[in-house]
Design a protein around this ligand. Sequence first.
Ligand code: MG
Length: 313
Amino acid sequence: MIRVDEKLILRGGHMLFCTYIYEGQECVGIIDDNKQKVFDMKELFVKLGIAPPKDMIELIAMKSDDLIEDMEQLCDIASGIPMEEVRLTSPIPHPIRNVFCLGKNYHDHIKELAGKRIDSTGDIPEYPIYFTKAVSTITGPMDDVVMDRSVTTKVDYEVELVIIIGKDGKDIEVEDVYDHIFGYSIGNDFSARDLQANHRQWLKGKSLDTFCAMGPWIVHKCAIKDPHTLDIRCKVNGEVRQSSNTQYMIFDIPYIVSDLSKGLELRAGDIIFTGTPSGVGLGFDPPRFLKDGDVVECEIEGIGSFINTIKEV
Ligand code: MG
């Protein structure tokens, strides 16, 4: 029997999973390969005679390769909703716990931060540097990012490849990691550099409301043959600031997931930001932090792109 992953690769399916608002309701959907329509997951499940998942995390936790295949076929005959009629939210708008993140996972980014207040050493880490962003930071791919000037004046951007865990696991072996991944998304790890430096610990500077932008959807892992070959870019007002490739990660995806899962159970729906390449605002001399009205676009090859606008309050 051919596995669903193989079938989808054969037919070139993209399998884009999203969360969206339509007529005031938050829904989970699949987007067609041309990105013209979104199909309501609830409707597809009802057609299959199965109770629909209430959100993206429930869908991911169903681990339903066969169901996904059935849904793809149903999409061929369902009418769908035109994309312009929905508003995409973060694909996982309500994470089960804090977002896991890696710091300093690209050589060129370490170089640009050397000597700065948040990292004076410039050393290549021997072990992955983990930190988290609070659940409440999550914001969507079409939303404003709020910059409260009474709290921070040094807001920065960081485009990152995001791993979505698909299956619970602890002490996951490196060779089993891809079995535990559902798919990939794009993140912008917005960071208040002044708070990172002042508090000597990154949690607060990384956890202001709206500081974890994610989207525009999750691409199922079967559509990304190798997640370590993807061009990754961030533009501010159309100017390319970050431009790299995921091949330059210091710790790769099998290593990260396996290492993080040692003594720490990863759960379906967990979100892991894999670090950012060089070109962040802090890396410039003088630094180029974000200001009111700036438009920040994050893009990763094979996944898509999204835009946030900075809103000062
Ligand atoms: Mg980061």
